[in-house]
Design a binder for this molecule. Sequence first.
Ligand SMILES: [Zn+2]
Length: 83
Amino acid sequence: MSTDGKTDMTEPLKDRLLRATAGSCTCDVKTPELQYHAPQCHYRLFEEAREEINRLNGIYLSAVKGRREFRDAFRRERENHGR
Ligand SMILES: [Zn+2]
């Protein structure tokens, strides 16, 4: 949270969610292990959201990497064939 009371959007979403998980258990299970928490427990929801974000981020990063590799290969091809 920034000083004007608005959410700091530059803080990565996964980090904001990590902060939100602290003390968020609403089913009163005293363990960090997700499977023991109720499906609607807020701790479990936050942790599952973090897993989802990490998964999507992985897909995004591999897509960016793939795009960069394609662009570099395309550039090399053009340089090698003078077009
Ligand atoms: Zn819980």
